[in-house]
Design a binder for this molecule. Structure first.
Ligand code: ADP
Length: 872
């Protein structure tokens, strides 16, 4: 307090201030513009230079009394300066705090009567303690709030009494106006000290939090700055090294690559637009990554590159023959196809579809077509494809999206005209994820496939120059719209003779080379191959055969290594050895000519048939004789194989020098057991002896034909029909029909009228739990039931197929080829079938025709009578 003046009430001109609260001990400049305020300043200047400075509650030009805080500070004007614009600059020093008591208007200015708040200087222990706390809080505050000038800090530290301390702190820290006013007007020292401690501490908390956030933000900013700095440095380094630096995003490079691919205008336009977008993106951003991958796809796909077609049909024919045995019909069709394709580049022909059991060479034939045409080959398996996106891709907005299988394969081939094999079209299925078949239709349909739309690519792709080939196990399960556009080429299963040929001419050389033994003289005897076919495989195709042969060859490879043959000798050595083997002296084991000539096999078949008829006459035990055996030379060869070099060097191990003969061995039938273990399949059928109640049907499945034994037992009972063995509905109905037919014709079979009375009929179809269905088992069921009731066995070696009706008709059946092959494979010598199927027999391989008998029956009665030895 100014010692010159007495405390108590005073009358002073008032200057309302905006957003400014002045505390004692503070020297503050401020501008005064309002006429009332200027007059108040002038009044003060005319007197003792004292004004009352109080803050306005609102930022208004002409504040009313109630719009001014009552608490304020008496200020001494140190300086007053009139500015040219009419405003006045005032420098004032805060002296005492005061509260407005009354407004007195004078000279068109505010004059107020105030009560001065006395400055208290007494120091009590409480005040000392509180001041300590204030100092502490302020110290922390000053640490966070770097803006406080050091001289202010010093002044605060030196403040001798409480009010000065509070006033100085308030003057130097940024606080909201109401808070400042509150701290200004408090009279009690302790109260004021407490209030400032609370204020400082809450400010401290806020500042600490801000500080934490600031540190985090700073760190992030620093990282960004560092990245920026490093990228700039990298650019500079690249520039110094003379590398292109302006293409951090890779956009220019991609644009160049895409232009080189010469895509259609629409694709080019879109990709150039995307390239521009890419160049503007941060190279490290995820979006730029996605876009770059997309553009790389466009740059990698073939848009114009074509491979030159082989136009030489004869060469194509030679190549097809080189790769596959027989397959006359498919090969013919393929050659026609190739010929037309040569004449008309963009042929809108049907799509070829190879249909047949597994392992019949459908896929490898497709590969062969590509080789014959001189085109790239690509294969996509459609087995189990349920999702349309697998064909057509995902939209690129999906994380990790890619084009579908079609375009992925096109990228792999690198040309726009590959041979494209779609394997297992019959295995695609549709569910909630869309219909892959309809997407496939767009791929295959020549009307649409010049602008195939992949979801990922989003631009049309021309597939019209691709040669599509499809494969299926069954034509019936191919979705209809697809089948409509396909030309079905059947590739049925193989006969034993064909398998033998395929094994000798194709599989064995292939497997020798795949297992690194092409240099060795490894020969399989015919009986050895037949043993594998009969004992280790039961299939229409040759896949298991190939697997088993590969197994044997691996064992031989091991043997070769064990005997010290590690590196392939030169080609000449091999030839010499082969030549020597051909004219081997008497004593040496004979290297048998292994690939059977068709004539020899035919003779064998004829013999087999003769023996087969013996069997028919009752020699059940001689069944094995159906297949001609090589003279058993196992006795001569103790271990079943014959190492020629060993034999010639007197049984001594091969000398490990360069002079030694190459590894040579002959694989015999008995060696097969040693290599592959005991046969997995019995060479003859399970039901070798004829038994009453047993009949052998033939069924067609996707895996080829199969033998379907049917057993019937008659039991005492209320007359039920018991059916077991995974029978489908159609088969169950066939069984009922067969039974009714027999009941109608009981006289013809010399059965009593009530033959079924008090009898249950149990029909069982064993052979695993493969679901069996289809109408062609009708005659088999009837025959088995009849045999069970009459106690007469069906003729041995007879297999049958045919659908019967209630009135006794015998309806034609499908899959004749596969069924007959199955009978042949299972050592049946006669197949009974409907007369209407006679025409199908012509398509059977010759050796099947010569080695099997066929009985054609016009109706069910005729068929049943032909099946039993004695006239019933
Ligand atoms: P699929 O596609 O019909 O299931 P693959 O094409 O995979 O059968 O054929 C299986 C194996 O059998 C292949 O190694 C193939 O070379 C061989 N193969 C099948 N049929 C013949 C044949 N007629 N001539 C030569 N090899 C064949």
């Amino acid at each position: 307090m100014n010692p010159m003046r007495k405390p108590g009430k005073q009358e002073l001109p008032l200057v309302p201030l905006r957003e400014l609260v002045i505390f004692p001990h503070m020297v503050v400049p401020f501008f005064v513009g309002r006429p009332g305020s200027i007059r108040a300043v002038e009044d003060a200047m005319n007197g003792d230079r004292l004004v009352f400075l109080a803050c306005q509650k609102k930022d208004v030009d002409d504040p009313k009394e109630e719009e001014i805080y009552p608490a304020g500070t008496v200020g001494r004007i140190l300086q007053m300066l009139r500015l040219p614009d009419g405003n006045v600059r005032v420098l004032a020093q805060g002296e005492e705090r005061g509260i407005i008591q009354r407004y007195l208007h004078a000279n068109n200015a505010f004059h107020v009567q105030i009560k001065v708040i006395e400055e208290r200087r007494e120091i009590t222990p409480q005040v000392t303690a509180l001041m300590e706390s204030v100092h502490e809080a302020f110290k922390r505050y000053a640490k966070f709030q770097k803006k406080i000038p050091p001289e202010a800090i010093t002044a605060i530290e030196r403040a001798e009494f409480a009010d000065k301390l509070v006033d100085l702190i308030c003057a130097n820290i940024p606080l909201k106006v109401p808070k400042k006013v509150e701290l200004l007007q408090l009279e009690e020292t302790a109260e004021r000290l407490e209030a400032i401690v609370v204020t400082l501490e809450s400010e401290n908390e806020l500042l600490a939090l801000q500080n934490k956030i600031n540190i985090k933000v700073k760190k992030r900013l620093e990282k960004n700055q560092k990245d920026y700095f490093l990228t700039e440095q990298l650019k500079e380094i690249n520039r110094e090294l003379g590398r292109d630096d302006g293409d951090a995003s890779g956009a220019q490079e991609l644009e160049k690559r895409i232009r080189e691919k010469n895509p259609p205008q629409e694709v080019l336009d879109k990709s150039l637009k995307e390239c521009r977008r890419l160049s503007k993106l941060q190279p490290m951003s995820p979006e730029s990554g996605v876009l770059r991958t997309y553009l790389e796809w466009i740059a990698d796909l073939p848009w114009h590159d074509v491979s030159e077609d082989n136009r030489d049909i004869d060469l194509a024919a030679r190549i097809l023959d080189e790769d596959h045995f027989d397959m006359k019909k498919p090969k013919e069709r393929i050659l026609d196809f190739i010929a037309v394709h040569q004449l008309k580049e963009r042929m809108k022909g049907p799509i070829l579809c190879f249909v047949g059991p597994p392992g019949t060479g459908k896929t490898s034939l497709g590969k062969s077509v590509a080789r014959a045409l001189g085109r790239q080959f690509v294969r996509v398996s459609l087995g189990g494809v349920r999702d349309e996106a697998e064909i057509r891709g995902h939209r690129k907005t999906y994380v990790g999206a890619l084009p579908g299988k079609i375009l992925q394969s096109m990228k792999k081939t690198g040309t726009i005209n590959p041979v494209f094999l779609l394997d297992e079209v019959d295995k695609i299925s549709s569910d909630f994820r869309g219909d892959p078949a309809s997407a496939l239709l767009e791929v295959l349909d020549p009307e649409q496939n010049n602008s195939f739309m992949d979801h990922y690519l989003e631009v049309p792709y021309d597939l019209s120059r691709v040669l599509f080939i499809t494969t299926a196990n069954s034509a019936f399960t191919i979705p209809h719209p697809l089948r409509d556009r396909m030309e079905i080429i059947e590739i049925p299963g193989y006969t034993e003779y064909e398998k033998l040929k395929i094994a000798t001419d194709f599989i064995i050389p292939k497997q020798l080379s795949e297992n690194g033994l092409e240099w060795a003289d490894v020969r399989f005897r015919r009986d050895a191959i037949l043993k594998i076919i009969r004992g280790y495989t039961m299939e229409s195709g040759v896949r298991s055969l190939e697997r088993e042969i590969a197994g044997v060859i691996r064992k031989i490879a091991r043997e070769a290594i064990r005997k010290g043959f590690t590196s392939p000798p030169s080609g000449s050595a091999l030839q010499t050895a082969a030549a020597e083997a051909a004219d081997a002296p008497q004593g040496a084991p004979q290297a048998v000519e292994l690939s059977a000539s068709p004539a020899a096999v035919e003779t064998e078949r004829r013999d087999a048939r003769k023996e087969g008829s013996d069997i028919e006459a009752g020699d059940a035990g001689g069944h094995e004789a159906q297949v001609a055996q090589e003279p058993d030379e196992d006795d001569e060869e103790a271990d079943g194989t014959d190492n020629l070099s060993e034999a010639r060097s007197g049984g001594k191990p091969a000398a490990p020098d360069s002079e030694r003969r190459p590894f040579a061995t002959v694989v015999t039938a008995s060696a097969i057991v040693r290599y592959l273990g005991n046969p997995k399949f019995q060479g003859d059928i399970v039901y070798r002896e004829p038994r009453p109640g047993l009949a052998h049907g033939l069924a067609w499945t996707e895996l080829g034909g199969t033998l379907l034994p049917v057993e019937v037992a008659i039991l005492d009972g209320p007359g039920d029909l018991i059916l077991t063995g995974s029978l489908g509905d159609v088969m169950k109905e066939s069984a009922r029909t067969a039974l009714s037919f027999l009941r109608v014709h009981y006289r013809r079979f010399k059965l009593p009228a009530d033959f079924q009375k008090d009898k249950d009929i149990h029909i069982h179809v064993p052979e695993g739990a493969i679901p069996k269905d289809g109408p062609s088992a009708g005659i088999t069921l009837a025959a088995a039931i009849l045999s069970a009731f009459t106690g007469e066995a069906i003729k041995q070696g007879y297999a049958m197929t045919g659908e019967i009706t209630l009135t006794g008709r015998l309806l034609p059946i499908g899959g004749v080829k596969e069924k007959v092959l199955a009978a042949h494979r299972n050592r049946m010598h006669t197949v009974l079938m409907p007369e209407a199927n006679r025409k199908d027999i012509e398509e059977l391989p010759r050796e099947v025709l010569v080695s099997m008998k066929f009985v054609f029956a016009g109706n069910a009665l005729e068929a049943l009578l032909a099946l039993f030895p004695e006239p019933l």
